[in-house]
Design a protein around this ligand. Structure first.
Ligand SMILES: N[C@@H](CCC(=O)N[C@@H](CS)C(=O)NCC(=O)O)C(=O)O
Length: 202
């Protein structure tokens, strides 16, 4: 079984987060770029791998992993020598999972609803992320004093949350760029060599 990961990628997509994580984990991988314009992500061959026809997608040891948060968490566990997740049994793993799932279940839908100018859904109590403002202030508290979501330990959760805060800030989501906590966090995580390698390779 090949140790090399096959990484289905498109640089103008969420796959950038997986790319950064592959670099952080120092994982062996080969990249296959799928061109959205040409519909390469909707071919029968790719749909047989990921029936959603979406990126990122990885295949490792014959196993398909989709969903950006799952890929990031999987890679942290598959390459433990990179030290990107608290060890099994460590209570900090609870905090780590908390922010990983917050990234997928709260931050991402809150950002997308805001950027797509969707009207606030009702009833608030049934909306998993509550409100955009609550999501941002919760994250701001989690990053204070920082420097990372797990305090002094940089983890895969920072790859996921940091990517989203960076991306959403660049595209003008309110409350991010210009905020001292988020600005310092984004500057810190995007200064990492693995981030720079991923962005240079796109
Ligand atoms: N829930 C997925 C979403 C993946 C996703 O929507 N990817 C977009 C690119 S950012 C995509 O592949 N879009 C192509 C399409 O649906 O046609 C995840 O978190 O990875």
């Amino acid at each position: 079984m090949s140790e090399e990961i096959t990484f289905y990628h498109n640089p103008r997509s969420r796959a950038q987060m997986a790319h950064w994580m592959l670099e952080e984990a120092a994982a062996p991988y080969k990249t296959i770029i799928l061109d959205f314009e040409k519909g390469e992500h909707k071919t029968p061959e790719f749909l047989a791998i990921n029936p959603m026809g979406k990126l990122p997608t990885i295949v490792h040891r014959g196993t398909v992993v989709t969903e950006t948060g799952a890929i990031i968490a999987y890679l942290a566990d598959a390459f433990p020598e990179a030290g990107l997740a608290p060890a099994m049994g460590d209570a900090a793993r609870g905090t780590y999972f908390r922010w990983l799932f917050f990234g997928a279940g709260c931050l991402e839908p809150a950002i997308l609803d805001k950027m797509l100018k969707r009207p606030d859904a009702e009833p608030k109590a049934a909306i998993g992320y509550g409100s955009y403002e609550d999501v941002l202030s919760t994250l701001k508290d989690a990053l204070t004093p920082g420097p990372y979501l797990l305090g002094s330990l940089f983890s895969a959760a920072d790859v996921y949350i940091g990517s989203q805060i960076n991306w959403a800030g660049m595209f003008g989501a309110p409350g991010l760029k210009g905020d001292p906590v988020f600005d310092a966090y984004v500057a810190r995580v995007t200064d990492r060599p693995a981030y720079k390698r991923a962005m240079a390779g796109m």
